[in-house]
Design a binder for this molecule. Structure first.
Ligand code: ZN
Length: 263
């Protein structure tokens, strides 16, 4: 090797060392940034047409429109995941596929079994269902047998929505703890599976209730704070958005606009 060649080799080595240093610095900068990711969590209540007497028509979505929304999710390769999977992803224990999102249903209405579940099966889509224990077997709500079938289907993850659906902020700490902790224990006993996540009734919570949910051992909780970008700090107040009665391209445009959201 002559002098010229030696210089060339030295320059090459210097460039390689420089590149290595640069990637290490970039990697360090990336890993120290708080982890956040965009996973829209859609919130549903009734899957049926609004009743003539309801004061809350906004909570109803006709079954045909819901079917259309699922069809569009399939067509655009969205990936419905359970809320516990979002929690695992935020804890860096699981990697979610692109265009992940979640379907959540509050309160455990009877129409989830009769109208939503057959469509989830048809389109092979996962959903998370938040149950009010004391409403089971009551008119308009799921029966205990239906809940068991849903929990064992592999398509529905069950979460707790308390015993009685109170505004937790109005309760003494002891009573709030009963609603949050005993509902988890009761559902776990009844279904023989872990109840990983919680939904605040009406979306109402303050720091005190959030601390109880965390201390009890839930992995995450959902709120009704609007947004789709969650950070590790949001684990016990994950954001949710309302799809309303949008169908077809309007629904797709709305959902995909959230993937660009900073919130
Ligand atoms: Zn509710």
């Amino acid at each position: 090797m002559n002098q010229k060649e030696r210089t060339k080799v030295l320059i090459c080595l210097a460039v390689l060392a420089g590149l290595f240093l640069l990637t290490s610095i970039t990697r360090a900068a990336v890993t120290t940034t708080p982890f956040s990711e965009n996973v829209p969590i859609l919130m549903y209540h009734y899957i049926e047409s609004p009743t003539a007497t309801t004061s809350l028509p906004g909570l109803y979505l006709p079954t045909a429109v819901f079917a259309n929304q699922l069809q569009e999710l399939r067509r655009y390769h969205a990936n419905p995941v359970f809320v516990s999977e979002i929690a695992a992803s935020l804890r860096s224990e699981k990697k979610l596929p692109p265009y992940s999102m979640a379907l959540t249903f509050d309160d455990g209405y009877q129409d989830f079994y009769t109208n939503a579940f057959p469509l989830l099966k048809k389109y092979k889509m996962k959903a998370t269902l938040y149950i009010i224990i004391n409403k089971l077997d009551k008119p308009g709500y799921l029966t205990k047998a239906e809940l068991k079938e849903l929990a064992e289907s592999g398509l529905v993850e069950i979460g707790s929505h308390t015993f009685n659906h109170p505004d937790l902020r109005a309760l003494k700490a002891k009573n709030a703890k009963f609603e949050i902790a005993s509902s988890k224990i009761e559902l776990e006993k009844r279904l023989g599976q872990l109840i990983p996540t919680f939904a605040y009734p009406f979306g109402y919570y303050a720091g005190e209730q959030l601390a109880i949910v965390k201390a009890i051992g839930y992995e995450a909780a959902v709120s009704v704070n609007p947004g789709s970008r969650h950070s590790t700090q949001d684990l016990f107040a994950l954001k949710r958005i309302r799809p309303g009665s949008r169908g077809g391209s309007e629904f797709v445009k709305w959902l995909f606009s959230w993937y660009n959201s900073k919130y």
